[in-house]
Design a protein around this ligand. Structure first.
Ligand SMILES: O=C(O)CCC(=O)C(=O)O
Length: 306
């Protein structure tokens, strides 16, 4: 594993500029905005909950609670942007299937590139970090689909170091459909079976799960703005949102080492439902295999200008 201390600090200019950019006109509600409409602020707290034992804990359990991730202003701005995006969602799409919106929403790319987050991601996958995908999974009150026990890595079938960040934009608990992980079961691929469902067509064979799976499962019961990181093979699931009045809006971010398999993919744009290609954006470090990764600063500039 690479330690944060060994990072090439010259490569951090991007992240520093994201956190410290100059602001101009104040907008309604105390937010500050730059031309192009991007909220520009310090998205996260200075440092996430991570110490010298955290990597070992993460490796052992397959997940780690990171505590409060978003700053107060970051949370409020993210909730504001999400509300807007959900109002703009194409009628053919569902609010739990907003994929890779960081390729069209500057605020999201800024957030996932935040220095405090990348400092932790770097501990797990090394110093050269690509964003592979994001997924906004927003379950409206009294609805949303159940996601059965599964392991992400088996769907992706990719070589390379990856890790997932899970970030709550609302308070989440058992009632409004938070996610649960099964600690310690991330060391190999578990047998699967078909579900007959088109949303999640496979699940871990229940016979491969421990009999006391419910007792062993750890639910992410978080206040808005808190997050966790998990291994791509950790079994996880989530139920529908059974709250009569509370949303459950979360973001899952997949980070990959820049030497991993990239994997082409198309997603529907959340606003137009038109397909767009996955782009490989370099958030930190170097394009070590010279595959034309796009520096995040360039991608942000292009989004803002276009
Ligand atoms: O947050 C959830 O509801 C489940 C997320 C999930 O299954 C995934 O990210 O693969």
């Amino acid at each position: 594993m690479t330690s944060a201390n060994s990072v090439d600090r010259t490569c951090h200019i991007l992240n520093i500029s994201i956190d410290l950019c100059t602001v101009d006109e104040p907008a309604a509600g105390g937010q500050r905005r730059i031309p192009g409409g991007t909220t520009l602020l310090k998205w996260t707290v200075d440092q996430l909950q991570w110490d010298s034992g955290s990597l070992a804990t993460f490796d052992e359990a397959g997940y780690l609670l990171l505590g409060q991730l978003l700053s107060a202003e970051g949370l409020s701005a993210a909730q504001h942007e999400l509300t807007r995006m959900l109002a703009e969602l194409h009628p053919a799409l569902r609010s739990d299937e907003i994929y890779s919106a960081h390729q069209s929403e500057p605020w999201l790319l800024e957030l996932v590139s935040s220095t405090a987050i990348l400092d932790v991601v770097e501990q797990v996958i090394g110093e050269n970090i690509v964003i592979w995908s994001t997924h906004l999974i927003c379950k409206p009150p009294g609805t949303g689909r159940a996601i059965p026990w599964h392991q992400d890595g088996t769907y992706w079938n990719l070589a390379g170091r990856m890790t997932s960040l899970w970030l709550a934009f609302d308070d989440v608990d058992d009632e409004n459909g938070t996610m649960s992980v099964l600690p310690g079961y991330h060391r190999g691929i578990l047998p699967r079976r078909g579900t007959g469902d088109d949303f999640f067509d496979e699940e871990i064979d229940p016979a491969a799960l421990p009999q006391d799976v419910a007792a062993r499962a750890v639910a992410y019961r978080f206040s808005a703005g808190e997050g966790a990181m998990h291994d791509v093979l950790i079994p996880h699931r989530s139920p529908p949102n059974r709250s009569p009045d509370r949303w459950r809006r979360v973001l899952v971010v997949r980070y990959m080492s820049a030497d991993g398999d990239l994997g082409q993919k198309q997603y529907p744009h959340y606003r137009t439902n038109l397909p767009f290609d996955r782009q490989f954006i370099l958030l930190r470090g170097r394009d070590i295999r010279n595959r034309g990764l796009i520096p995040a600063g360039d991608f942000l500039a292009k989004m803002r200008s276009g």
